[in-house]
Design a binder for this molecule. Structure first.
Ligand code: HEM
Length: 405
């Protein structure tokens, strides 16, 4: 928590228990099932904008692309698309510098943070820019709000608790805005990267996913009504969340009264951590737990594993506020990706992993092939920018930059 606090301060994910209830109550309605449908078009159009930059045969830096994609989704949902494109692109770069900074800080003594290395300077500059961007976003909204509405920014600015007291201070608004940028970008980006890595190495699964996406979407962009029909895509998402829970070790709890848990005495004040990664890879709960097998989630033929054995979004009062939002996002993104693109591993590119704040491949490059070229037309019916002069800049260098997480 101390590690990520310079970016997100005392936002919802990092605030102490005493400050948690009011903002959680205020923001929870944003994720009410009735509201979720309203995010879908923004999600799908964010995904398609990122895919429009890809060209047939490109070798892509997958975590970078997936981070861009989830950042755009977050900007569409929580910033009401208010960021100018140049600021949004700078924010995407800054997010990468921040996540790299987190990874480095986790692995070395704090003294190193004080050294004026290029990476430290990049991290600090990115932090300053992000906080300035958040402050500007709030100020712009405040200045322009005729009708405050009930979106995320409106709740930040106007939200009051049960006694009518504003929930957020000026600093609290910025912390919360950045929480709703960092949390979705880091987590969803990493889960999608792992899903693509698994699919690239398992062409049979990839074809099943494509078949489902093309059958369900029948040439149109993914929409809310498709969510209920993308059954196999959901199984792939669930299996990816099982094997690669983005927050593999993050959720911490402090025991508030002497208690017993699993036969251990835990005095008040004890810090307890649990690892979704270890639970979800335990042979106690899953047959052949290290095998990526979406069919283990086929509800028609198999009983669901116990609820306690599947906790990628945590559990209890601090459970991920956006778990249904995130699940929809992953399903829609994966269906759109699978319908339009085929993914292949790149020979001679091993997959280094590193335990960081979240579980992200340190480097993952995949070659992408347009389904339009191999199958005579995009599956979504959306004209791809392949032939219309795609924007440059997304082709990946042949060697990983040193700062890549
Ligand atoms: C695949 C995507 C995601 C995963 C795996 C994930 C996972 C988690 C986990 C494990 C926690 C901690 C739960 C606990 O302590 O028990 C958490 C909390 C949180 N997540 Fe997510 N998350 C994801 C997406 C998102 C998205 C899209 C948002 C958007 C705003 C978000 C916002 C938050 C917030 C604000 C908290 C703190 C909740 C609280 O303490 O009240 N997450 N998430």
């Amino acid at each position: 928590m101390d590690l990520v606090a310079p970016a997100v301060g005392r936002g919802l994910a990092t605030c102490p228990r005493s400050e948690h209830r009011a903002p959680r109550r205020l923001l929870q309605p944003l994720f009410h099932p009735k509201r979720l449908e309203g995010y879908v078009d923004g999600m799908v159009s964010a995904v398609r904008t990122v895919l429009d930059d890809w060209r047939d045969g490109d070798v892509l830096d997958v975590p970078l692309e997936m981070r861009k994609l989830s950042l755009r989704i977050a900007v569409s949902a929580f910033f009401s698309n208010q960021l100018p494109p140049a600021v949004r692109d700078q924010t995407a770069d800054d997010m990468t510098a921040i996540l790299v900074g987190f990874a480095q800080r986790l692995a070395r003594p704090p003294l190193f943070d004080l050294l004026p290395t290029p990476a430290n300077r990049r991290y600090k500059a990115a932090l300053r820019r992000l906080r300035r961007m958040a402050a500007d976003t709030v100020a712009t909204r405040r200045a322009n709000a005729q009708d405050p509405g009930d979106d995320f920014l409106a709740l930040l600015i106007d939200g009051k608790d049960a006694r009518g007291v504003p929930v957020h201070s000026e600093r609290g608004e910025i912390d919360q805005l950045l929480t709703f940028l960092v949390a979705p970008t880091a987590t969803a980006g990493s889960v999608l990267s792992w899903a693509l890595q698994e699919l690239a190495t398992k062409p049979g699964l990839q074809e099943r996913l494509r078949e489902e996406a093309q059958t369900v979407l029948v040439g149109s962009p993914a929409a809310a009504e498709h969510l209920g029909k993308l059954e196999f895509t959901k199984q792939v998402v669930t299996e990816t969340l099982r094997m690669y829970p983005s927050l593999w070790f993050a959720p911490l709890r402090i025991v508030t009264a002497d208690t017993q848990l699993g036969g251990y005495d835990l005095p008040a004040g004890t810090v307890v951590a649990f690892s979704p990664y270890l639970v979800q890879r335990s042979a106690e709960f899953y047959v052949d737990p290290d095998r990526f097998d979406p069919d283990r989630w086929d509800s028609a033929s198999l009983p669901a594993p116990s609820r306690q054995a599947f906790i990628p979004f945590g559990t209890g009062a601090r459970q991920c506020i956006a778990q249904d939002f995130a699940f929809n996002e992953l399903v829609l993104a994966l269906a759109t990706l699978a319908a339009q693109w085929r993914f292949e591993p790149v020979a001679g590119r091993p997959l280094p992993t590193r335990a960081s704040v979240n579980l992200t491949p340190r480097a993952l490059y995949l070659r992408v092939f347009s389904r339009e070229n191999t199958e005579g037309g995009t599956a979504t019916g959306v004209p791809s920018s392949q032939s219309a002069g795609a924007r440059p800049g997304n082709r990946r260098p042949t060697s990983s930059p040193a700062w890549q997480i």
